[in-house]
Design a binder for this molecule. Sequence first.
Ligand SMILES: Cc1cc2nc3c(=O)[nH]c(=O)nc-3n(C[C@H](O)[C@H](O)[C@H](O)COP(=O)(O)O)c2cc1C
Length: 220
Amino acid sequence: MKIVILNSSPRRKGNTSKLCDAFCKGVVTTDKNPDITTVFLNELNFKGCQSCFACKLRGSKQYGRCSLNDELTPILTAVNEADCIVFASPIYLMDVNSSAKAFLERLCFSLGSYEVGYRSLATKKALVVTIYTMNTNKKFAPVKAMNNVDMFLGHIFSPPQRLCSYDTYQFSDYSKYVVDVFNEAEKAKQRENQFPKDLHKAYTLGADTATAYLKNRINK
Ligand SMILES: Cc1cc2nc3c(=O)[nH]c(=O)nc-3n(C[C@H](O)[C@H](O)[C@H](O)COP(=O)(O)O)c2cc1C
């Protein structure tokens, strides 16, 4: 099973990364030899969509493919060939963060056609998992923004399985920073009690996704 993980967090050891790692551990319980590529979007040199419309050009070889040539180019190809895509982003300003957004512009605009019915131009109906981590609790989560991303990825590939981790621990040592609005004790409690449960959910999601893929392949 070919899996591409698009992790937009700038923190390689942050909450989002830990959940992605747990997902991978879950995958290998079912698929002993998965082909997993993890992409840290924040470390790549790339731009969002430049509105050149080459991907929409009638009769063009580039139809349905992004023409920009930068460090995202091979990643877009890998995503289009994947059996499973994991899109993982921390929430910044009530939305996915900027590298996640730039990636989505490039992917979804080129693969989402303007043909009648808005046909998807993706090569495969890859399984999709979305992972969102945020400081806020469930009540104030940016549901519209997450629904929006899931809607686009769902249209182009297949409806995502979503995992949200709320109330995440932001600072390694809260006492060093001015964060009067958050109660550190509450945060620590959350990290101790809830975050391991979120990791377990990610692990289970990994196992379930690999199972769904293998079942689907057998039935084909
Ligand atoms: C620039 C910035 C903006 C943020 N905006 C929000 C926000 O609007 N809502 C929220 O719940 N958390 C917000 N956060 C907190 C992060 O989403 C949260 O700590 C997340 O789990 C970080 O993921 P990471 O550990 O993988 O980097 C923000 C963090 C940063 C650095």
